[in-house]
Design a protein around this ligand. Structure first.
Ligand code: ACO
Length: 357
C-alpha cells in the first residue's frame, strides 16, 4: 500500500471521481452540466461556499481585485526568474505571497496563477506584461493578459471551459498535498505552493507538454502506429493515456475535446493538428489494448489539454501553470475543508529496515 491506493484519507463535499462509470461530480453537479455552461467564478462559488460571496457577480468582482493585487508582484519578475521554466518561475512568484487562512489570502492564491503565467510567458518572449482589468471575467482577463486587448469570445469560452474542467478532481496528488499542508495550519499560500510542486511532475500535471512533443515526433497520421509501437517496445509510457482511478475514458477528455471542436479553425485550432491527434489517440488506444489487455488504459485529461492550450496560444512550457490556474480553486477548497476538520494529517509507516542491535 505504499501509494495509498484504496485508502480513504478524507471525507469531502467537493468532488467525486467515479473511475468505473467515468463520471466526475463537482459539488453535486456532473461535469457535463458545468463545463462550457458555468463560468469559473460560478464553480468557485460552489467549491468555496461560505469563504466567498455566493453570487457569481460578487465573486467575479472580488477575484478581479485579487488579480490587481497579484499583478503588483509581477514587477519582481527579474532576469533570473525569467531564465527558469514557466512552472519554476510561477513557483518563485507564488512563494512571495503572504500566508493566511482568511478570504483575502485565499482569493489572492486563486487569482495569482492566472496573472503570473501570462506575465512569465510574455517576459520569456521579451514582451512587457499586460495588466489585469477589473471589469473582465477571470478567463477573459487571462486570455487578454496573454495576447492583448480584445480576446475572442471563442478563446475565452474555451479557456473558461478548461478552468472549470480541471477545477477539482478528488484526492489527486496535488490536492492531497494541499490538504496535508493545510492540516498543519501553515496557511493557504503554503498549501498551494506545496501543491504546485506536486502538480509539476510528469505523472500528474506535467504531462500535457510532452503530449505535444509526442505529436511532433509522430509528425503525420501515417506514422502514428509505427512510432507509438516503437515507443511502447522501448518501455516508454504514452503521455496523455492511463489514469490511477479511471478504468474508462476520463470524462474531462471529452469535455475538452468538445471545447476544441467549438473553438474550431476560427478560434485557432489547426485542423491538421487535430487530425494528427485523432490518429495518435486511435492508434495509441489500439496498441495499449494489445499490450495491456488486463489493464484498461484510456485517454486522460492531459491529451486534449495539450491541444486546447496550444490552440489558445500558450507555449507548452506554460501548460502546467495554466493547469494550476484552474486547479487552485480545488486546492483552496480542500485546504479550507481540511482546516474545518481541525485534524492534522499524520499517517503511519511500517518500518522494514534493519533491526537495532
Ligand atoms: N503508456 C504505456 N503504458 C502505461 C501507461 C501509458 N500511458 N500508463 C500505464 N501503463 C502501464 C504501466 O507501465 C504498467 O505496466 P506494468 O504493469 O507492466 O509495469 C501498467 O500500465 C499499470 O500502470 P500503473 O503504473 O499501475 O498505473 P498508475 O495508476 O500508477 O499510473 C499514470 C497512472 C501515472 C497516469 C500512468 O498511466 C502514466 O504514467 N501515464 C502517462 C502520463 C500521463 O498521462 N500523466 C497524466 C495523468 S492525468 C493527471 O494527473 C492530471
Amino acid at each position: 500500500m505504499s501509494s495509498l491506493d484504496s485508502v480513504i484519507a478524507a471525507e469531502t463535499r467537493l468532488s467525486e471521481v467515479d473511475g468505473v462509470q467515468g463520471r466526475l461530480v463537482i459539488c453535486g453537479h456532473s461535469l457535463d452540466d458545468l463545463a462550457g455552461r458555468l463560468s469559473y467564478e460560478a464553480v468557485l462559488a460552489l467549491l468555496l461556499g461560505d469563504l466567498v460571496s455566493d453570487s457569481e457577480v460578487s465573486i467575479r468582482a472580488e477575484l478581479a481585485q485579487a488579480r490587481l493585487r497579484a499583478f503588483e508582484e509581477v514587477s519582481r519578475l527579474d532576469a533570473d526568474l525569467v531564465s527558469l521554466s514557466v512552472t519554476e518561475a510561477l513557483r518563485a512568484l507564488m512563494a512571495r505571497l503572504p500566508d493566511g487562512e482568511d478570504k483575502s489570502a485565499a482569493l489572492l492564491q486563486i487569482a495569482a496563477p492566472a496573472v503570473f503565467v501570462p506575465a512569465i510567458v510574455r517576459a520569456k518572449a521579451g514582451q512587457k506584461p499586460i495588466p489585469p482589468h477589473a471589469g473582465r471575467a477571470h478567463a477573459e482577463d487571462m486570455v487578454a493578459m496573454l495576447g492583448g486587448a480584445h480576446p475572442g469570445a471563442e478563446q475565452v469560452r474555451a479557456l473558461d471551459t478548461y478552468l472549470v474542467t480541471v477545477s477539482d478532481h478528488g484526492l489527486n496528488a496535488s490536492t492531497f498535498t494541499a490538504r496535508v499542508v493545510a492540516s498543519t495550519r501553515a496557511g493557504y499560500a503554503s498549501a498551494v505552493l506545496a501543491a504546485l510542486g506536486a502538480l509539476k511532475g510528469p505523472l500528474h500535471g506535467g504531462a500535457p507538454g510532452p503530449v505535444l512533443d509526442m505529436l511532433d515526433a509522430v509528425g503525420t497520421p501515417d506514422n502514428a502506429n509505427p512510432w507509438l509501437a516503437e515507443a511502447l517496445a522501448r518501455g516508454e509510457r504514452l503521455m496523455g493515456f492511463g489514469h490511477r482511478i479511471y478504468r474508462v475514458r476520463d470524462p474531462r477528455a471529452d469535455a475538452l475535446k468538445g471545447a476544441l471542436q467549438r473553438l474550431g479553425a476560427a478560434g485557432g485550432m489547426d485542423p491538421t493538428r487535430l487530425a494528427l491527434a485523432e490518429a495518435v489517440e486511435r492508434e495509441a488506444l489500439a496498441l495499449l489494448r494489445q499490450k495491456k489487455p488486463d489493464r484498461p488504459l484510456e485517454t486522460n485529461v492531459e491529451f486534449f489539454t495539450a491541444l486546447l492550450l496550444e490552440a489558445l496560444g500558450f507555449p507548452r512550457d506554460a501548460f502546467t501553470g495554466v493547469f494550476a490556474a484552474g486547479r487552485v480553486g480545488g486546492w483552496i477548497a480542500h485546504a479550507q475543508e481540511q482546516i474545518e476538520t481541525g485534524r492534522l494529517i499524520r499517517p503511519q509507516s511500517r518500518y522494514v529496515g534493519p533491526k537495532a542491535a
